[in-house]
Design a protein. Sequence first.
Length: 302
Amino acid sequence: MSDRKKIIKETVKKHIPQRHLASVRIMYRIAMETFYGIKRTGLINIAIIAAMAAILTIFGALFRTSFSLSSFVDKLGDAFEISVYLKPNTDPVYMSTRLREVQHVKKITIVTKEQAWEEMNKDMDVSGMENPLPDTLHITVDDPANITSVCDEIKKVSGIENMSYAQEIAKKLQTLTNVFNTVTLFVLITVAMLTIIIINATIQLVIQSRKEEIEIMRLMGVSNWYIKIPLILQGAVYGFLGAVISLIPLNTVQKGLLKLHDFLTIPQSDFAMNIVVFCLFVMAIFFSASGSLLSIKKHLRV
């Protein structure tokens, strides 16, 4: 079996250009050094990865929920129409064209006074009365946060008798969205800080345990990056594994949110979870590798 392995090894070597063979050996050694670094850390690895998974789960849950809240706000925002009542003898078609020029106006529906009177007649018998209703425009904005600014612009247009909209509800909804986004941003900053602190402390322990070995490599003229890269990769591995484990509770959050969407009949983003998972892995690996690099610069000085 050993002879067969030797033959295979020699065959593989022949097919690898000599100029690349040294690079392959260096990458192999770096990978092995990374593995040995994790092995030396021992049972502390479990605590590190568990802590990483916990803080990533909190961020991932908030980030995923923010997508659902955004969908809820968009759906509810469509119901926040601005009802614009026109003065007598004002052409609703002309006024509709005029108001479409206002920024953030998404849609305008014309309800003439004849249509409104006909609808009222269906609910109560008012056939003996003269139609007192005005022509009305129902305006939908692109974002509930823009309702107030759109109303301010509409007030400047002549030919409008009055207008109404759910002002207080719109303000509370926007406040809720702002608070949630602020909390998510705060958690993101916290995740970054905790990740860097945890990885920094871990890499410091690895550096201390390998202090003599690293010193010997430096005396032998080994490249600084050859010493740094395994430690940076070790941190990145912690981030990657923490992100993988965090997917388990996040999957439960995803199922709960999907049920809520179905119950409220609110459309959901098809790529929300994919975006969350992608950002989670990128953040975990980046912050963990950054924590390793900071620790190297602070304690290794290479």
